[in-house]
Design a protein around this ligand. Sequence first.
Ligand code: 13P
Length: 287
Amino acid sequence: MYKTIKELTETAEKLNMTIGAFNMHNLEMLPDMIRAAKEMGSPIIIQTSIDTAKYIGYNVIVAVVKEMANSMLVDVALHLDHARDFDAIKDAIEAGYSSIMFDGSNLPFKENIEKTRLVVEYAHAKGVSVEGELGTIGGTEEGISVNEEDKEYTRPADAVTFVRETGVDALAVGIGTNHGQFKSKTNVKIPLLKEIHEAVPTPLVIHGGTGVKEEDYPQLINNGIRKFNVGTELLVNWTQEAKDAFGATEVNKSLRHNIIPANQKVKEIVKHKIGLFMNTGEPTNLG
Ligand code: 13P
């Protein structure tokens, strides 16, 4: 069924698991992402950047996600990732996204609180969940270099004030992760996460999941991570599979020969991650 991240993270809290929030990069990969969740018997969060939503169309994405969630009986939330622009947030909510992230992490603390609070008021009035962000998440290996000195970690005392004043449904924390880190792995600050988790009751969110070591997942989940974002790993693998297939296929062959292997790769990865996110102590194998 079509759900909000508030509903899904409540389930995750009860089961001491986390919900995979996977960035879709094109419409092609979307059905297999939801099929992966169905096969694993888990809820899933599908998230899009504003640019992906504009490229495909907010309404088109909502229509496909709702149709699949309802007809396949899978719990799916559709989330707008890293929005700083109120117009984009309104567009997503009007189209039917069930949750949105307002990312005010680049703003001074009080301004982040103020703007996030306004977004929460607007979204909650329409039954939509809101994720906020406090602290910074580092940059990429391929673009801006991952720079430890530039990072601002989330301070537990600030987190207490932030969630109390804004009423967010989920909080993205800066604990050492980086967006787009796919060649190396980061060292997450588990003791800091533990402190934040003890200080606030709100479900916590990991960004930059591609760069997190899988052996760290249990500790992250056991310390309150209820939404776990993975994007780059899907992008890189879809692209690589598609490149290989396009390179080996005659131009008059159906596009299915090139696209299906790429979608299948994404499905395998989503299933593998969900297996770990269920936090049963028994990792599933790829494939
Ligand atoms: P990665 O692309 O590094 O996995 O991060 C995803 C993310 O956090 C989206 O906001």
